[in-house]
Design a protein around this ligand. Structure first.
Ligand SMILES: Cc1ncc(COP(=O)(O)O)c(C=O)c1O
Length: 399
């Protein structure tokens, strides 16, 4: 079957819950993918940061292959020789104590919500059923029923109610609004993306994360950083919170934690917070499986060396400075940090989608988010020449 046949089949028989670019990938390596006709494309999206280390990174593939020959799945009915080391190594990487492994990002967010509520009732002393979690407007934390309950994207919510109660929204970046919401003694957590990815790589004002974390500490509220898209090297640091020297009470990781091979996510926190969970209160058949843990350990080992973060910071400076100095007048704003950029075009410049389709024709995969934003997230392993080639194409389609 050629690309047209495969797209027609997927359209006819799959649910239409995505609007993919018209390319059918058959194989991939590093920063490049190849379609079924043999045409090569530069991947400037990296599966929304799930491919931070590129496609089929040799170290991650080797770790997966080793584990495939040993044991892949146990369930949590028994122990495995991979789970404990993964928890210790990941917790050490982010400067925390304990890990709850899950699979998808949304599951990590759900797990954090449950854990924060249980911490609120059992440690903070919030009256039963009253716990509240503060979230930011324009957030994106996943697609489950509870998570869409505190989204303000009408497309994500419409016709999926009734919604879960217990969430309070504040404007992203507004400290005063956060401080007044924190005055409510029933608040147990503030769930926030250190940089809002899906909203278009929105970077908060300098100092916001540090001040928000301090305000949470003063109020006895958990600062919960959703680093599922921003973490693991994307911004040029292990965590985006590192830029403000914030160690959150709870860090949520996913996407790149699976090395581009498997869904692997985690809640990373303290003994006090994750210690509230008891057997039977939470779990997942696949969460913490030995194959996922072996892959996650290799990802953690790679990041512990620091080279990928340095590369992301250095190439990211190059990406952002070229975009800022060469962008045409159709561009209103360039936001970003590390190898992660949101290009905001003017409303009269036409849909961002059309520009991404044009970039695809020129051999670069980039994806719009909302009507006027193009998000770029090249793999951290990209060669500098390839990065420049991709930037040339993006500038051409913006012009
Ligand atoms: C910040 C953030 N949190 C959570 C999620 C949900 O992750 P998943 O799609 O693996 O459920 C995403 C996905 O884009 C995300 O960007």
């Amino acid at each position: 079957m050629d690309s047209a046949d495969l797209i027609a089949l997927e359209t006819a028989r799959g649910a239409h819950n995505y609007h993919p670019l018209p390319v059918v990938v058959e194989s991939a390596e590093g920063a490049w993918v190849t379609d079924v006709e043999g045409r090569k494309y530069l991947d400037f999206l990296s599966a929304y940061s799930a491919l931070n280390f590129g496609h089929r990174h040799p170290r991650v593939v080797a770790a997966a292959m080793r584990q495939l020959g040993r044991v892949t799945l146990t369930s949590r009915a028994v122990h495995s020789d991979q789970l404990g080391p993964f928890c210790a190594e990941l917790a050490d990487l982010v400067g925390l104590e304990r890990v709850l492994p899950m699979n998808s990002g949304a599951e990590a967010v759900e797990s954090a919500i449950k854990t924060a509520r249980a911490w609120g009732y059992r440690i903070k002393g919030v009256p039963d059923g009253q716990a509240k979690i503060i979230v930011a407007r324009d957030n994106f934390h996943g697609r489950t029923t509870t998570i869409i309950s505190f989204s303000d994207d009408p497309v994500a919510r419409r016709d999926f109610g009734p919604y879960t109660a217990g969430f309070v929204s504040v404007s992203y970046g507004d400290l005063e609004e956060l401080r007044s919401a924190l005055a409510d003694p029933d608040v147990v957590g503030f769930l926030v993306e250190p940089i809002q990815g899906e909203a278009g790589v929105v970077v908060p004002p300098a100092g916001y994360l540090a001040a928000a974390a301090a305000a949470c500490r003063d109020a006895g509220v958990l600062f919960i950083a959703d680093e599922i898209q921003s973490g693991l090297g994307r911004t040029g640091a292990t965590l985006a919170c590192d830029w403000e020297e914030v160690v959150p009470d709870v860090v949520l990781l996913g996407k790149a934690l699976g090395g581009g091979i498997l869904p692997v996510s985690a809640v990373v926190s303290t003994d006090e917070v994750l210690g509230v969970l008891n057997p039977g209160e939470h779990g997942s058949t696949f969460g913490g499986n030995p194959l996922a843990m072996a892959i996650g350990r290799e990802v953690v080992a790679m990041l512990a060396e620091g080279e990928l973060q340095r590369r992301s910071a250095e190439l990211g400076d190059h990406l952002l400075s070229r975009l800022r100095s060469e962008a045409p007048t159709s561009v209103r704003e360039i936001r970003g940090r590390g190898l992660w950029a949101g290009i905001e075009t003017t409303a009269d410049a036409g849909p961002a989608r059309t520009r991404c389709e044009r970039a695809l024709e020129l051999g670069v995969i980039a994806k719009e988010t909302h009507a006027t934003t193009i998000r770029l997230a090249p793999p951290l392993v990209i060669e500098r020449d390839d990065l420049d080639h991709g930037i040339d194409v993006v500038l051409e389609v913006l012009g």
